[in-house]
Design a protein around this ligand. Sequence first.
Ligand SMILES: NC(=O)C1=CN([C@@H]2O[C@H](COP(=O)(O)OP(=O)(O)OC[C@H]3O[C@@H](n4cnc5c(N)ncnc54)[C@H](OP(=O)(O)O)[C@@H]3O)[C@@H](O)[C@H]2O)C=CC1
Ligand SMILES: CC(=O)N[C@@H](CCC(=O)OP(=O)(O)O)C(=O)O
Length: 344
Amino acid sequence: MEVGIIGATGYSGLELIRLLKNHPQVTNIMLYSSSQSGETINRLYPHLQNEQWKPLKEIDLNKISAEIDVMFLATPPGVSAEWSGPLLEAGLSVIDLSGDLRLTDRGVYEKWYKRPSAKEGLIEQAIYGLSEWNKSTIKTAKLIANPGCFPTAALLALIPLIQAGAIERDSIVIDAKSGTSGAGKSPTSMTHFSETNENFKIYQVASHKHTPEIEQQLAKWGAQPPLSFQPHLVPMVRGIMATIYAKAAKPLSNEWLTDCYNSAYENAPFVRIKENGTFPATKHVFGSNYCDIGFCYDERTGRVIVASVIDNLMKGAAGQAVQNFNLMHGFDETAGLEAVPMYP
Ligand SMILES: NC(=O)C1=CN([C@@H]2O[C@H](COP(=O)(O)OP(=O)(O)OC[C@H]3O[C@@H](n4cnc5c(N)ncnc54)[C@H](OP(=O)(O)O)[C@@H]3O)[C@@H](O)[C@H]2O)C=CC1
Ligand SMILES: CC(=O)N[C@@H](CCC(=O)OP(=O)(O)O)C(=O)O
């Protein structure tokens, strides 16, 4: 299968290159750039030095449709709103890593992203690509809205509890931390070394765009918005931890929680449930497509505490995009994603 990446020179695009290069069913990868066509990716990024790459191509719809079958869009907000429609009309499947097509209500998108939403009709065609929970619709999809990094960590932890009626549906607090690669390759006053090293910051207080995405998805399982979602920036490059607190709807136990999570994810190759009251750390999933989940019922407060970790560039972006690519095309769900985490 021949695939393309728009945004190949960004952090998620580079991660897609790393994964698709080793994918058994991918025969050709075309790289497109809006700003550096003619350059070669291995000159821009020396870690790819030994690979043979054709020059980055300009984004020309007439040529693209003859070159590839599937396009990954690893681009900032606004790009897939513009390009997904024409790419679909040209007969390609599209996997969009941005947030452009995740929110079904255009007004909600415009409020939280502070920019015009994609055209009516396009969003309706997009399937939300949370691989573990939307498998049957992903399998027949032509257009995937790949979930955000924080929503992936939060939803995988929360859906089993909500589905089982285990928590008060209006009591959810998601306290999340991310490494700096979540902000992409362009340095800013928020992310540059002097600002992040030996520092720990709260940001976008009560206003992060992933809040409505998490609320929209959890509402499908019966949760009641609003919920509290709060991100923080920590001095590491990769990784997300979402620590989640919710009031139990009935007396629970750690054994009950273990059964609940194990049965929800018994057929999920990338979700690993922690045992015996142990908890995950971001290094347990570094460079891999795993989401590790640990939990505890705090009898004293009647709250459930869940910790969910992912690598933001993998399960939070490129890894889940490849998992969805596999599901869409009937490939083994783990194809190209078998690497175990790097440690330490
Ligand atoms: N980083 C992360 O952990 C995650 C990111 N995402 C989402 O994935 C998308 C990409 O993120 P990330 O890789 O971090 O971003 P980066 O900023 O690292 O890279 C984005 C790339 O998009 C390309 N681009 C910029 N403007 C345009 C344009 N107008 N038209 C076409 N291409 C353009 C650029 O490549 P060029 O100049 O060569 O065209 C650039 O390299 C974003 O929407 C992000 O929110 C989702 C989950 C996690
Ligand atoms: C550390 C950091 O800045 N992380 C980014 C991650 C969000 C992201 O990648 O957003 P979409 O996938 O929804 O576009 C942020 O908080 O905005």
